[in-house]
Design a protein around this ligand. Structure first.
Ligand SMILES: [Zn+2]
Length: 402
């Protein structure tokens, strides 16, 4: 029935104009789709291709062999929020002002998703970590789905539905965060217990056991806890395999970037889990890039924050900082989770600045690394100054510091 603008009362009403869809006038880029996969709490030395005995992540291994394997990639922070904020902008957490759980990526920050959307990309994020809610990480994503508690395979199914429903020819910037290796280490049934027959590891002390809390502790036998963690890495790898399947319409022409958001400690340096320390187990992560034409291994230290510069470059934008192909000489990682700490890593060594214990140099003394650490220390909360005057004077004499 056509009412012709007459309501039931008989009074004439204004006809409601049909809603015209807003035309998408953005250009359609010719640059490729980009898939950025970040995996929770994934330390590099628990993957076969990075020197581990078990083949925990065979799909990541294949990506690394078909593309470039970065042997020394470090996360910009040892916990999710600052690390992901850094990956999505290219800025260090302290530059961005995202160093505690209360912080939000500021609106004025320029995120990858915003920049790629502006030049015509479709943008989508799928994840299952609470830090992806309410922290400004959603900026620029036209589709943003964060379902805390959902499995990675459920996420992959959602990604497949999204991809299957897409129309048009725009390239896609797809970011997916996989939660599986985060504690508790409880892999899906098909994988659980796979390594339980391994020889026993060392027994955790009472102090360690009590410190770990319910989420992290699994078994007094540390070997069993590590085995359970490895099973979670395998579960995450199966999600990546499912994402590869979901992306079949464009996957062969896309750039694939896979990394960890940070590592995971198991008492190597007096700590467990992640967030507080900057030793390798908490910040050395796997990084594989496939689809750029690279077929090699890069042994230079790189920051996963430089992924942002590379993605901008792929999309034809100004990288606005170091890239994975043209890295800076120094990698910086930092945390304010417990004690304020910053580490500067060069090819030769590392300098750690620790608000409690001072400056620690490992390997060959590297003045540039020391300077980088000091520069980051300058962003610690104002009352924290740990680099002593003697060190500063030495750097000043070398022309490094003011
Ligand atoms: Zn994380």
């Amino acid at each position: 029935m056509i009412l012709l603008g007459l309501a039931c009362s008989g009074e004439p009403v204004e006809p409601v104009p049909a809603v015209e869809p807003v035309a998408d006038t953005r250009p359609v880029p010719t640059s490729p789709s980009i898939v950025l996969i970040t995996i929770e709490s994934t330390r590099a030395d628990h993957l076969l291709q990075w020197g581990y005995a078990r083949d925990t992540m065979s799909t990541v291994g294949v990506f690394s062999e078909r593309g470039r394997r970065f042997d020394r990639a470090y996360s910009p922070a040892p916990w999710t929020l600052p690390s992901m904020a850094s990956l999505f902008t290219g800025l260090r957490p302290s530059e961005l002002g995202v160093v505690s759980a209360e912080h939000v990526v500021p609106d004025e920050a320029s995120t990858l998703a915003e920049e790629l959307s502006a030049v015509g990309y479709d943008t989508a994020f799928f994840g299952t970590n609470e830090f992806f809610d309410g922290h400004g990480l959603e900026q620029g994503f036209a589709r943003y789905q964060n379902e805390v508690g959902a499995s990675g395979l459920k996420t992959a199914t959602a990604v497949r539905s999204y991809i299957d429903a897409r129309e048009g020819t725009r390239p896609l910037f797809l970011a997916v965060h996989i939660f599986e290796p985060h504690c508790p280490y409880l892999a899906p049934k098909g994988l659980r217990g796979m390594h339980s027959e391994e020889p026993p590891g060392r027994m955790l002390t009472d102090v360690e056991w009590d410190a770990m809390g319910d989420c992290y502790r699994k078994d007094r036998d540390l070997g069993k806890t590590l085995a359970a963690y490895d099973e979670e890495l395998m579960a995450a790898d199966s999600v990546i395999d499912a994402l590869w399947g979901a992306a079949r319409p464009f996957r062969d022409d896309a750039i694939w970037i896979v990394t960890g958001d940070h590592g995971e400690a198991f008492w190597e340096h007096g700590d467990f889990g992640h967030g507080r320390q900057l030793d390798d187990e908490q910040i050395h992560v796997p990084l594989a890039v496939m689809g750029t034409g690279w077929h090699d291994v890069d042994e230079r230290p790189v920051s996963t924050a430089w992924i942002a510069g590379s993605i901008r470059e792929i999309a034809g934008l100004d990288p606005a900082g170091p890239t994975l192909g043209a890295p800076a000489a120094i990698v910086v990682s930092e945390t304010s989770y417990d004690v304020e700490r910053a580490v500067a890593i060069s090819a030769e060594g590392r300098v750690l600045v620790d608000a409690e214990t001072g400056v620690h140099v490992d390997g060959q003394v590297d003045e540039a690394a020391a300077l980088a650490a000091i520069q980051v220390e300058a962003r610690f909360t104002p009352q924290v100054r740990v680099v002593d005057e003697a060190v500063r004077a030495r750097l000043r004499a070398l022309g490094y510091a003011q």
